[in-house]
Design a protein around this ligand. Structure first.
Ligand code: A2P
Length: 277
């Protein structure tokens, strides 16, 4: 396959970059950037026709701002049918990548390695009735992809997107996304009555408070939703958050009788770290 990406315009901050697109990468154009808080933003980039991925997978993202660019793993937040690619990112003040990435604007170039991968995919779960998507912070990203994919609704009758953040402002990306799905003439019908969105905040007062893990342990999560507690017969789970959140949520899934799966051995729950920190 010929690599045509090397001839695409290479622009950053409005001026051409002196660096070539590295081998094995696409050089893609930023189409949209939206900032939510001092520490969160989303961006969209063009999608090469040849790039295929499964909803829930991640790719390596970088910037053409050095001879050897820094790459970080990013879950694709858009579904596999979308014409563009969307990502949801934190901004870290001295983060090797996000310090620069947070400044991108439409027209700029972003690097993306060509091979997607990841375990938070429908194929890694055994069939079931409900799927629980447990996320904290930017761990929401792979689920932003999966809740927009009709395949998820074909596989599961009920999809529960659980999102825990420190503050209510950090819930906005997920709230906007779910509202847009409900209002979407194509997807709205599929989502209606099937997608539950459960948000919780830990560091300020809010309707629902407490860590996702505490809400699972106490049973409050299930009671609030009017759903039975998780069990291996009907429930499947996907987990994405910090290392500590993964460890604790995974333990709770095991306590509820679920066993871990992978791409080559589908199971009752799967786990992936929310990467960029
Ligand atoms: P808390 O405010 O009690 O630390 P972070 O930005 O640190 O990744 O946190 C995002 C959200 O995840 C916060 O609400 C945080 O709660 C929560 N959190 C942090 N560690 C865990 C954990 N081990 N299990 C569940 N939730 C966690």
């Amino acid at each position: 396959m010929s690599d045509t990406s090397a001839i695409e315009p290479l622009i950053l901050g409005g001026s051409p970059s002196p660096f070539d697109i590295p081998k094995g990468c696409f050089g893609l154009t930023v189409t949209e950037v939206q900032h939510y808080t001092d520490s969160l933003f989303r961006f969209r980039i063009t999608r090469p026709q040849e790039f295929r991925f499964r909803s829930g997978e991640f790719v390596m993202i970088g910037l053409p701002n050095a001879e050897k660019p820094v790459f970080r793993a990013y879950s694709v937040a858009s579904p596999s049918w979308d014409e563009e690619l969307e990502f949801y990112s934190i901004k870290v003040q001295h983060g090797p990548l996000t310090e620069h990435l947070q400044k991108i604007q439409p027209g700029d170039t972003v690097l993306m390695r060509k091979k997607p991968t990841g375990t938070l995919v429908n194929d890694a779960l055994l069939p079931g009735k409900r799927v629980w998507m447990f996320s904290t912070g930017t761990g929401l990203a792979p689920f932003a992809s999966l809740i927009r994919d009709p395949e998820t609704y074909e596989k599961f009758e009920t999809i529960v997107l659980v999102h825990g953040c420190r503050t209510a402002a950090e819930l906005k990306y997920g709230e906007d996304l779910v509202a847009s799905l409900r209002n979407n003439p194509l997807i709205g019908e599929m989502v209606d009555g099937h997608l539950f969105h459960y948000t919780t905040v830990t560091r300020e007062s809010f309707d629902r408070q407490g860590r996702v893990t505490d809400l699972i342990s106490s049973g409050k999560l299930f009671d609030d939703l009017g759903l039975a507690r998780m069990g291996p017969e009907e429930d499947r789970a996907m987990i994405c958050g910090s290392m500590a959140m993964l460890r604790d949520t995974k333990e709770l899934c095991i306590e509820h009788g679920l066993s871990e799966g992978a791409n080559n051995k589908p199971g009752e729950f799967v786990v992936e770290r929310a990467f960029v920190d």
